[in-house]
Design a protein around this ligand. Structure first.
Ligand SMILES: *[C@@H]1O[C@H](CO)[C@@H](O)[C@H](O)[C@H]1NC(C)=O
Ligand SMILES: *[C@@H]1O[C@H](CO)[C@@H](O)[C@H](O)[C@H]1NC(C)=O
Ligand SMILES: *[C@@H]1O[C@H](CO)[C@@H](O)[C@H](O)[C@H]1NC(C)=O
Length: 462
């Protein structure tokens, strides 16, 4: 198992990789359309936080603008959770409490996974009981009552989001009829609203985005409408390596409309990015997608082999990472390749967010801000090579006339073949001259490695 696991962590050298169709065309940045101040919507992650406070130094949280954590004590060695024993629950509760406190320390919100308190690990083990089996809800009701008491006693309610059940649409996590999950939803929702009204309720937490004909989505929405149990946070996942936010959001609105549910609350993609996608180009792709739709996102990878509560979901690494010498309590943390993209995003991209669009095929993306001094743009493909570009429009709004030349600073965020390798900051590719034409500036990208990302910066004149 361990060897297999370690092999799966390797990223193939470029010449051995299959290639996706080339990325072409242009993503566009609109200098004249501001969409609000940056809040680092994509700087969240599931688990990844050690249970020992302070094990990972502060700067790794603050530099990336950490916003959202999510956990519930899953995969703690020698525990199964509530369904097996009160002591197992206690251990998982303490783990979740510690992760909650770490998240709050940096001003983030924390999403609790009660399914993990109940007993889910990678998934729920096949012989595990489920809440409501044989129409007996007493054990689940007890768990909720106990958790509410513990959460109050430990001051765990502020900034807390309760994700009623993780991925009920996967047998792996919910091996029971859909109807039983809907009952779980309704019953839990009522108790939380009554006892802890400030806790935000999140769902449906499906493994896939809104699907116009999907039974899970349709039945869920019809149900919460008539049951009057609409969530405060709409959650779903982008862990399958396909899908995109534009299609998901338009389908979501169509579905809400179908069931006469007014759009409210926030969208939280509370798991995005599989292991293979924890590379600079994919980081930019997800950041751009989420920011454009004003959706929060949490980096998600249910790593196994005892390291779930470590590495900030692949942003940091340490000596022994990914080897037999791994220790969950050792320190000496350093940044991975992807970290530098999030650091640039969280620390340097200040000012106002700008409206952007992706290229036509949606595999070339950009996220951009207008600062007081400069325009800063991150660009990344969705795992493809090719010749593509970022077109910047509206040059006159920052003081450039047609025909004028501008110095563009170009940075490259390199990828590492092994995700666990230490990575230095972005590489300076130097200053490139570009010329404004009819208010537009073309920033060309010759992408030879599908995993790297770029940043472009140029001064504003007004
Ligand atoms: C966007 O995602 C949907 C599935 O959610 C897919 O059908 C569609 O092809 C995607 N579009 C692009 C351009 O990738
Ligand atoms: C997370 O990473 C591990 C290790 O490579 C892999 O086995 C697992 O499938 C990944 N899970 C997801 C959801 O990406
Ligand atoms: C990139 O795409 C190739 C070909 O489809 C695939 O084998 C590989 O796993 C992908 N890698 C990432 C980072 O998504």
């Amino acid at each position: 198992m361990a060897t297999e696991y370690l092999q799966s962590l390797e990223v193939l050298p470029i010449e051995k990789r299959d290639q996706n169709p080339p990325v072409t065309g242009s993503a566009v940045v609109f200098l004249d359309q501001k969409i609000g101040s940056p809040q680092h919507l994509a700087s969240g992650w599931i688990y990844g936080i050690p249970d020992t406070p302070g094990q990972i130094p502060d700067e790794f949280y603050t530099e990336v603008g950490f916003r959202y954590g999510r956990g519930g004590g899953s995969q703690l060695p020698d525990t199964r959770g509530w369904y097996r024993s009160k002591a197992d629950y206690e251990a998982r509760f303490q783990s979740a409490l510690s992760n909650y406190r770490t998240t709050r320390k940096y001003g983030g919100n924390f999403i609790l996974l009660p399914s993990a308190l109940w007993g889910a690990d990678g998934g729920q083990s096949a012989d595990a009981p489920y809440p409501g089996d044989n129409d007996d809800w007493s054990s689940w009701d007890d768990l909720i009552t106990t958790w509410i008491r513990d959460a109050k006693a430990h001051d765990m309610l502020e900034g807390l989001v309760f994700d009623i059940w993780n991925e009920p649409d996967l047998h792996f996590f919910w091996n029971r009829p859909r109807e039983q999950w809907l009952q779980l939803w309704s019953r839990t929702y009522r108790v939380l609203r009554r006892e802890v009204p400030n806790v935000r309720i999140s769902g449906p937490c499906f493994s896939e985005g809104p699907d116009i004909n999907g039974e899970w989505w349709n039945e869920y929405l019809a149900f919460v409408k008539q049951d009057n149990s609409v969530p405060d946070e709409w959650s779903w996942h982008m862990e399958q390596g396909h899908g995109n936010m534009s299609t998901s959001m338009s389908t979501f609105r169509e579905l809400l409309n179908r069931y006469s549910i007014p759009e409210s609350g926030i969208i939280n993609i509370n798991e995005y990015g599989i292991w293979a996608e924890q590379v600079p180009s994919a980081a930019v792709w997800f950041i751009s997608q989420l920011e454009r739709e004003n959706a929060f996102g949490l980096r998600g990878n249910w790593t196994i082999a005892g390291s779930l509560h470590d590495y900030l979901a692949g942003l940091v690494s340490k000596p022994g990472a990914g080897t037999e010498k791994y220790s969950s309590t050792s320190t000496g943390y350093y940044p991975t390749a992807e970290y530098h993209v999030y650091k640039y995003y969280g620390s340097e991209m200040n000012g106002q967010r700008l409206k952007t669009s992706s290229n036509d095929k949606r595999d070339g993306e950009a996220y951009a801000v207008l600062g007081t001094d400069k325009v800063r743009i991150l660009a990344g493909s969705r795992n493809a090579t090719g010749n593509w570009a970022v077109d910047v429009r509206g040059g006159e709004t920052v003081g450039y006339a047609s025909g004028e030349e501008v110095d563009v600073r170009v940075l490259e965020f390199s990828a590492k073949d092994n995700h666990f390798d230490e990575s230095e900051g972005p590489k300076e590719l130097g200053i490139r001259k570009a010329t404004w034409q009819d208010g537009s500036l073309r920033l060309e990208i010759h992408q030879e490695n599908p995993l790297v990302a770029y940043a472009f910066e140029f001064a504003i004149k007004v």
